[in-house]
Design a protein around this ligand. Structure first.
Ligand SMILES: Cc1cc2nc3c(=O)[nH]c(=O)nc-3n(C[C@H](O)[C@H](O)[C@H](O)COP(=O)(O)OP(=O)(O)OC[C@H]3O[C@@H](n4cnc5c(N)ncnc54)[C@H](O)[C@@H]3O)c2cc1C
Length: 473
């Protein structure tokens, strides 16, 4: 089956750069097709706005994602621990696209043919491996890559085969199922022999936000299990070890906050080991440089992210982390018609040494810039019916609002940046918690609009009261 003919646009818009980096020339086009690959933190916000603005009248907005639904990635540690039921928070792309005027195709990007301006999607397989839809292509006039990132194992032997990553919903679900099975095993052992010191052991590599948030969330979940049938299970039956190669956890935060988080984790029962470099993973085991073997029922790798391998095969310039290098307009350095945003791109602002960090707030802000630039290109395409015109694209300016790390219901720490607080301000406790949860609220508003976004927030609050605290299957 080939979707190409139904998705082809009748005319494409010629483009070329006229001298300056931010100057774009665009010509006549009957129906322009924008393909956004990746409906995550950045991509879904973008297609929602593009769909709402342009609909299908003059332009065709198409979202491609390998999954049928979206879950905001910063919630994955809660999904893994069972304290969030992803079925309640997920957004089905098919329903969303119907409401917002874009089209959705489920498929995995496997290549880009820049000459023919087409993305190639891998065959779609049924659960039993049989082919449902053969490899096919979708034409684009403008392409936006927003495919996120994958865990970086830094070439450490055995990690890929034995450790669990928290990159996607299915991995978080897999973790939760295994966790619950081990909790059941320990609960059973303890009820048969109360003197047995049975425990569920979890070892997490990476003292960044993901590792720290997961460690705390696991204690929150363990504390709740006794209310849901595992009567002899509580926090003391959980043993979490957090391994960090650097001198302290949360290196992106000021030292005082990193210390506060460290103490809070230890109070919960987490063994925090800094300056501990893992050099090998085996089944149920991490080996450190000091020849220490850390055994666990579940071993998790959360030591950093990189772009997916396939990004290096698209013919676009990538950095050593496989991220597509973009200009300040979010266009790829190689192709004016290809934009990239979020975790999958690398942009180093002028005068800076480091690229913008892979964060939800960066993806959100980049989606804003790409939206503005698409709007400029589209409006110009309409205006330029009779000739060619030049459009100055908007440069991306990153506004670091700070970062917050949630230690589940126990605490939240972080630092706020910006004019509002007059520079950098450390925050902890309720205020930090409030700001942390408002990030997700902002995402809900960005993908659903005010009415539905606010309704969903209210429903979320009710659910927290009426539904079980844990997802137990
Ligand atoms: C546990 C955890 C906690 C986090 N907490 C925070 C936080 O508190 N604050 C913060 O700012 N950031 C946080 N982050 C980071 C944040 O989630 C990411 O930076 C952000 O989601 C990146 O957005 P994105 O749009 O680039 O990619 P994503 O949100 O990852 O979306 C990528 C999309 O692309 C799709 N996709 C991938 N490959 C393909 C393909 N080949 N073909 C088609 N579709 C594809 C995926 O299905 C997905 O829908 C956290 C991350 C994790 C894992």
């Amino acid at each position: 089956m080939n979707f190409q003919s139904s998705l082809d646009t009748a005319a494409s818009v010629p483009s070329d750069v006229a001298g300056e980096a931010q100057t774009w020339r665009s010509g006549v086009g009957r129906k322009t097709q924008i393909v956004v690959v990746g409906g995550g933190a950045g991509g879904l916000e973008l297609v929602r706005r593009l769909g709402a603005k342009f609909g299908r009248k003059h332009h065709d907005i198409i979202l491609v994602d390998k999954n049928p639904s979206h879950i905001w990635k910063p919630l994955l540690h809660e999904v893994a621990a069972g304290s969030l039921d992803a079925n309640l928070d997920e957004v089905g792309y098919r329903g969303h696209c119907h409401k917002w005027g874009y089209r959705f195709f489920q498929g995995t990007l496997s290549g880009v043919d820049r000459e023919r301006r087409a993305v190639r999607l891998a065959p779609v397989l049924d659960d039993d491996g049989s082919e449902l839809i053969s490899e096919h292509t979708i034409r684009y006039d403008y392409l936006v890559l927003a495919v996120g990132s994958v865990s970086n194992d830094f070439g450490v032997s055995g990690v890929k085969d034995h450790a669990i990553y928290l990159d996607a919903r299915d991995q978080a679900d897999k973790f939760r199922t295994k966790l619950l099975n081990h909790c059941l095993r320990v609960s059973r052992t303890m009820s048969v022999d109360p003197s047995a010191n049975a425990r569920v052991r979890v070892a997490i590599v990476g003292g960044g936000a993901t590792g720290v948030e997961l460690a705390a969330e696991l204690y929150n979940a363990a504390g709740a299990l006794k209310h849901y049938g595992l009567e002899v299970f509580d926090e003391s039956r959980l043993k979490v070890t957090l391994l960090e190669a650097g001198e302290r956890i949360l290196p992106a935060l000021p030292e005082v906050l990193s210390q506060a988080a460290h103490s809070e984790l230890e109070k919960l029962g987490v063994e925090v080991r800094v300056q501990t470099q893992v050099i090998k993973a085996r089944k149920g085991l991490f080996l450190t440089r000091d020849d220490d073997a850390i055994r666990a029922d579940l071993i998790v790798w959360a030591a950093g992210v990189k772009g997916a391998e396939f990004l290096t095969t698209l013919g676009l310039t990538t950095n050593r982390n496989n991220q597509i290098i973009v200009r300040d307009t979010m266009q790829s350095v190689d192709d004016d018609r290809i934009f990239a945003l979020g975790d999958c791109c690398s942009y180093i602002p002028e005068g800076e040494q480091r690229p913008i960090p892979p964060r939800a707030q960066a993806a959100h802000q980049m989606a804003d810039t790409v939206y503005d630039n698409m709007k400029r290109v589209m409006n110009n395409a309409k205006r330029a019916q009779a000739g060619r015109s030049q459009i100055a694209l908007k440069p991306f300016v990153y506004k670091d609002n700070g970062s917050l790390v949630s230690l589940s219901r126990f605490s939240t720490v972080g630092s706020l940046m910006g004019n509002l607080v007059g520079g950098r301000m450390a925050v902890e406790g309720r205020l930090a918690r409030l700001i942390y949860t408002s990030l997700y609220s902002m995402h809900l508003l960005a993908i659903h609009g005010w009415l539905k976004g606010l309704s969903l927030m209210a429903i979320g609050r009710v659910n927290r009261i009426v539904r079980p605290r844990l997802k137990l299957h």
